[in-house]
Design a protein around this ligand. Sequence first.
Ligand SMILES: [Zn+2]
Length: 380
Amino acid sequence: MTAGTSENTYAGGAFDDSLPGGKAGGFLKLSEHRMHYRGDAGELELPLDRMELKRGGAANRLLFFSHPSYANRQFYCSDASILKNVHLQRWPQLAGSGRRIRGLTGARRFGYAALLVAALALVGGIFSLKEAAVGLVVSQIPVEWEAKLGDSVYEQLAASHHVVDDPALNATLQRIVQPVANSADRLSERSYEFRFHIIEDSTINAFALPGGTMVFHTGLILRAGSPEEIAGVAAHELAHVTHQHGMRQMVQSLGLLLIAQALLGDMEGLVGVLVTQGQELLSLKFSRDYEHEADLTGLAYLRDANIDPTGMLSFFEKLQESGSGNMLEDADFLSTHPATADRIEALQEAIEATQKNSPPHQFTLDFHAFQNRLQSHLQQ
Ligand SMILES: [Zn+2]
C-alpha cells in the first residue's frame, strides 16, 4: 500500500457526456457521502448512497461505480485497494459487493504459472513443489467456499455442544476480539467475515475454522488472565485463517491427483471432498512452520490494533507450563498448536524487535465480571 499524498486517491476515470469523447482518465477520491472524479477535463461526483459497484473491463480488472440517479455517468477504478476505503466500507451495499469481488479476485488469479508448477510437482514429486501447488490451489478457493466448509463444521459442532447464547457475554467477547479482527481484515489480502462463538467445554482450547468462524471453549476464557490473553489467542487463530493453514493442510493430505484436478478447473470437486472431511479440521495439528507464521502474523495484528502482545506470550507460557503438569489433559490447544520452548522464545524476540513507544490500548471492561458471569451462566 502506498502512503503519503496518494492516500484516499485512486487511479481511474469517468464516463460522462460532459467529457471530451465521453470518457477521460484521472483519479477518484472518496469523502463521507460522495465519490469524486478529477481529471484534466473536469470534475464530477456520484453519491455513495445507492451507488452500485460491478466488475468489468479487460480480464475483469476494473471496478465500475454507477448510480441509478445518474444514468449517463460511470466511474471506473483500476486500483482494487479502493474496496477497503473507510468511506466506501460504511455503505453496506458497497462493502458487500466489494467483499464478493475481493473474494473472487483470489479465485481468478490462476494462470499458466500455476499449471506449470503443478505439472512439475506431479512429474518430479518434489515436496517443496507440492507445497507450492497446494498454496496455489488454496489461493484459488473463493472465501465463500471456505466459509461454507467452516460453517458446515461449526453447525455439526453446535449441534453436539451447548453454545453460550448470553448476549452480554458474547458482546464482551466481541469487544475483546473486534480490534484484532479489524486489523486482520485490514492487513489480509483475502477478505473474511470473522465470527466468534463460545461453547461450553472445560478444556483450554480455541480454534478458527476456514472462512473465519472462531470458537472459544469456556475453559480457555475462564483460565485466561486478561483480555489481552484472549485477544492474543484470537490474533494467532485468525492468522491461521488468513494464511489458509487449515485449508492447506487438508488439501495437502488429499494427494496430488486431486490438487492437479483442482488446478485444472475442478475446484468444486475438491471442495466437495473437503466438506466430507471437514471434521478433521478440529483435530489438525499444525506444522511448526505454520505455528511460527501464525505467531508472527498474529503479532502484527496485535501491533496494528495497539494491543499489548505480551498477553499472547503469557498465555502460551501458561499452556506450556500446564503441559508439563497435571493440567495436560485439559490443554487441548497444545495438541493442535504445540507451544514449544523455541516457539515461545522466537515470539519473545519478535515482540522485542517490534516494540512500540505509544502506550497500548486499555480495555475498558471488567474482565473478572465477564468471567464470573460466564461461570454463573455455566451453573444455571
Ligand atoms: Zn496455532
